[in-house]
Ligand binder design. Structure first.
Ligand code: ZN
Length: 221
C-alpha cells in the first residue's frame, strides 16, 4: 500500500496514536485530522498536535463544536457524571461523533487526494458505542463512496484487538514508551497513565499491565 495517501482520524489518545504508527508503516504519505467538539478533555488536542509535530506529520484541527450545541453528554458537559449502566448507552456516548468525524475526514481526504482513512475504533473491549462497531464502519464506507463518487477504504487496525493487543501493536512499532508517555486517553484529560479512575483509564491501564506481565513472562494471560 505504498505510494498512497492516508488520513488518520487522530485524537492524541492511545488508540489513534497506535493507528498513526500503523499508518506510517503502511503508507507513503500520512496526514492527521483532529476534531474539537468541546470535549471536557480538550487538552487531548494539544497532545495530538505535539505528537503530530514530533512524528512530522501534517496536523489539521477541525471545529466540530456544533455537536456540543446539539447534544449533552458526559464528554461535553462537566456536570454530567461519567457512568456506565448495564443495558444503557454510556453517559460518555456522543451521538453521531464517529459518523460525523469520518464523514469530515472523507471530505478532507478527497480534497487532498487520499484514498485511505484510518480510525482507531474497536468493538473488542466494547465500550457500548454503536459507532465503534465493524458493521457501522463497513456501512459508512459504502455510503461515503456513493456520496462522493469515491473509492475510500476505511481501515480499522484495532477493531478486533483488546487493549492488551493494542499495546502489543504499539510495541511492534517500537512505540510502546512513546504511547505510554505522550498520549491522553483519560476522560478527565490527565495525560499518560491518567486519573486511574475513569473507565477509559481503567481499560488502558489494565491492558498495559496485562501486556507487560505477558512480555516479561509473568502469569497474566
Ligand atoms: Zn481517567
Amino acid at each position: 500500500m505504498k505510494n498512497e495517501k492516508a488520513v488518520v482520524v487522530f485524537s492524541g489518545g492511545q488508540d489513534s496514536t497506535t493507528c498513526l504508527f500503523w499508518a506510517l508503516s503502511k503508507f507513503k504519505e500520512v496526514t492527521t485530522v483532529t476534531f474539537d467538539y468541546g470535549q471536557r478533555h480538550a487538552v487531548e488536542i494539544e497532545y495530538a498536535r505535539k505528537i503530530a509535530e514530533e512524528l512530522e506529520v501534517p496536523f489539521k484541527e477541525l471545529d466540530m463544536q456544533l455537536i456540543n450545541q446539539l447534544s449533552a453528554n458526559a464528554l461535553t458537559r462537566d456536570e454530567i457524571p461519567i457512568s456506565e449502566e448495564e443495558g444503557e448507552l454510556p453517559s460518555t456516548f456522543v451521538p453521531g461523533r464517529n459518523h460525523l468525524f469520518l464523514s469530515f475526514a472523507a471530505v478532507h481526504a478527497q480534497t487532498i487526494g487520499a484514498q485511505h482513512i484510518i480510525t482507531g475504533v474497536s468493538q473488542t473491549d466494547f465500550s457500548g458505542y454503536p459507532d465503534c462497531r465493524d458493521t457501522f464502519i463497513k456501512s459508512l464506507n459504502v455510503t461515503l463512496n456513493l456520496a462522493m463518487d469515491a473509492q475510500f477504504v476505511i481501515h480499522t487496525p484495532l477493531m478486533w484487538r483488546d487493549k492488551k493487543q493494542v499495546w502489543e501493536l504499539s510495541d511492534r512499532f517500537g512505540a510502546l514508551e512513546f504511547v505510554q508517555e505522550k498520549t491522553v486517553t483519560c476522560y478527565n484529560g490527565v495525560p499518560s497513565s491518567g486519573c486511574g479512575e475513569c473507565p477509559a483509564c481503567q481499560l488502558r491501564n489494565d491492558g498495559l499491565e496485562a501486556y507487560l506481565a505477558e512480555k516479561t513472562g509473568g502469569a497474566a494471560k
